[in-house]
Design a protein around this ligand. Sequence first.
Ligand code: SF4
Ligand code: SF4
Length: 101
Amino acid sequence: MTHVVTDNCRGCRYTDCVASCPVACFHVNEARVYIDPVTCIDCSACIPACPVHAIVEEFDLPDDQQYWIGINAEAAQRYPRLRSKLPALDGADERRRSLGY
Ligand code: SF4
Ligand code: SF4
Protein backbone atom coordinates (compact mmCIF):
# COMPACT_ATOMS: atom_id res chain seq x y z
CA MET A 1 0.00 0.00 0.00
CA THR A 2 1.01 3.56 -0.62
CA HIS A 3 -0.41 6.98 -1.30
CA VAL A 4 -0.45 8.44 -4.81
CA VAL A 5 -0.65 11.90 -6.35
CA THR A 6 -3.30 12.15 -9.07
CA ASP A 7 -4.01 14.61 -11.89
CA ASN A 8 -5.27 17.47 -9.70
CA CYS A 9 -1.67 18.25 -8.76
CA ARG A 10 -0.74 19.23 -12.33
CA GLY A 11 -0.25 22.96 -12.60
CA CYS A 12 -0.67 23.65 -8.85
CA ARG A 13 2.39 22.36 -7.06
CA TYR A 14 1.55 24.18 -3.84
CA THR A 15 3.80 21.62 -2.11
CA ASP A 16 2.09 21.93 1.27
CA CYS A 17 2.12 18.14 1.07
CA VAL A 18 5.90 18.09 1.12
CA ALA A 19 6.04 20.07 4.36
CA SER A 20 3.67 17.59 6.00
CA CYS A 21 5.55 14.41 5.09
CA PRO A 22 7.71 12.94 7.88
CA VAL A 23 9.84 10.79 5.59
CA ALA A 24 10.47 12.92 2.45
CA CYS A 25 8.49 10.83 -0.03
CA PHE A 26 7.88 13.52 -2.61
CA HIS A 27 9.66 13.96 -5.95
CA VAL A 28 9.13 16.96 -8.19
CA ASN A 29 9.24 18.02 -11.81
CA GLU A 30 8.34 21.30 -13.54
CA ALA A 31 4.60 20.70 -13.29
CA ARG A 32 3.76 18.53 -10.25
CA VAL A 33 4.89 16.08 -7.58
CA TYR A 34 4.86 12.30 -7.14
CA ILE A 35 5.10 9.97 -4.12
CA ASP A 36 7.79 7.32 -3.83
CA PRO A 37 5.91 4.15 -2.80
CA VAL A 38 9.06 2.63 -1.32
CA THR A 39 9.52 5.50 1.14
CA CYS A 40 5.86 6.21 1.96
CA ILE A 41 4.79 4.94 5.39
CA ASP A 42 1.06 5.47 4.72
CA CYS A 43 0.59 7.99 7.50
CA SER A 44 -1.93 10.08 5.45
CA ALA A 45 -0.54 13.35 6.82
CA CYS A 46 -0.30 14.73 3.29
CA ILE A 47 -3.96 14.21 2.36
CA PRO A 48 -5.48 17.14 4.30
CA ALA A 49 -2.48 19.33 3.41
CA CYS A 50 -3.33 19.36 -0.30
CA PRO A 51 -5.72 22.18 -1.21
CA VAL A 52 -6.85 20.48 -4.43
CA HIS A 53 -7.38 16.96 -3.07
CA ALA A 54 -4.77 15.47 -5.37
CA ILE A 55 -3.50 12.80 -2.95
CA VAL A 56 -5.36 9.57 -2.29
CA GLU A 57 -4.61 6.27 -0.65
CA GLU A 58 -3.90 3.57 -3.21
CA PHE A 59 -6.79 1.63 -1.69
CA ASP A 60 -9.24 4.44 -2.53
CA LEU A 61 -8.28 4.81 -6.20
CA PRO A 62 -11.17 4.01 -8.54
CA ASP A 63 -10.52 1.32 -11.14
CA ASP A 64 -10.12 3.85 -13.94
CA GLN A 65 -7.35 5.66 -12.01
CA GLN A 66 -5.23 2.68 -10.95
CA TYR A 67 -2.63 3.73 -13.51
CA TRP A 68 -1.51 6.47 -11.11
CA ILE A 69 0.19 3.84 -8.95
CA GLY A 70 2.67 3.00 -11.68
CA ILE A 71 3.11 6.60 -12.76
CA ASN A 72 4.05 7.69 -9.23
CA ALA A 73 6.45 4.78 -8.77
CA GLU A 74 8.20 5.41 -12.06
CA ALA A 75 8.34 9.21 -11.72
CA ALA A 76 9.72 8.98 -8.18
CA GLN A 77 12.75 7.22 -9.64
CA ARG A 78 13.16 9.75 -12.44
CA TYR A 79 12.76 13.10 -10.65
CA PRO A 80 14.64 14.59 -7.68
CA ARG A 81 13.43 14.29 -4.12
CA LEU A 82 11.89 17.44 -2.64
CA ARG A 83 12.40 18.04 1.09
CA SER A 84 10.86 21.47 1.62
CA LYS A 85 8.04 23.61 0.31
CA LEU A 86 8.41 25.51 -2.99
CA PRO A 87 6.45 28.53 -4.22
CA ALA A 88 3.29 27.47 -6.06
CA LEU A 89 3.42 27.63 -9.85
CA ASP A 90 2.19 30.66 -11.75
CA GLY A 91 -1.48 30.05 -12.42
CA ALA A 92 -1.88 27.70 -9.45
CA ASP A 93 -4.78 29.69 -7.99
CA GLU A 94 -6.62 29.66 -11.33
CA ARG A 95 -6.02 25.94 -11.64
CA ARG A 96 -7.35 25.39 -8.10
CA ARG A 97 -10.49 27.36 -8.88
CA SER A 98 -10.98 25.43 -12.13
CA LEU A 99 -10.92 22.24 -10.07
CA GLY A 100 -13.64 23.60 -7.81
CA TYR A 101 -11.55 24.35 -4.69
S1 SF4 B 1 -0.21 20.07 -2.10
FE1 SF4 B 1 -1.38 18.88 -3.62
S2 SF4 B 1 -1.28 20.14 -5.50
FE2 SF4 B 1 0.31 20.84 -4.13
S3 SF4 B 1 2.14 19.74 -4.71
FE3 SF4 B 1 1.19 18.60 -3.06
S4 SF4 B 1 -0.11 17.10 -4.09
FE4 SF4 B 1 0.40 18.66 -5.60
S1 SF4 C 1 1.19 9.17 3.42
FE1 SF4 C 1 2.66 10.02 4.91
S2 SF4 C 1 4.60 9.11 4.34
FE2 SF4 C 1 3.24 8.84 2.58
S3 SF4 C 1 3.60 10.62 1.27
FE3 SF4 C 1 1.90 11.16 2.61
S4 SF4 C 1 2.84 12.19 4.37
FE4 SF4 C 1 4.49 11.09 3.28
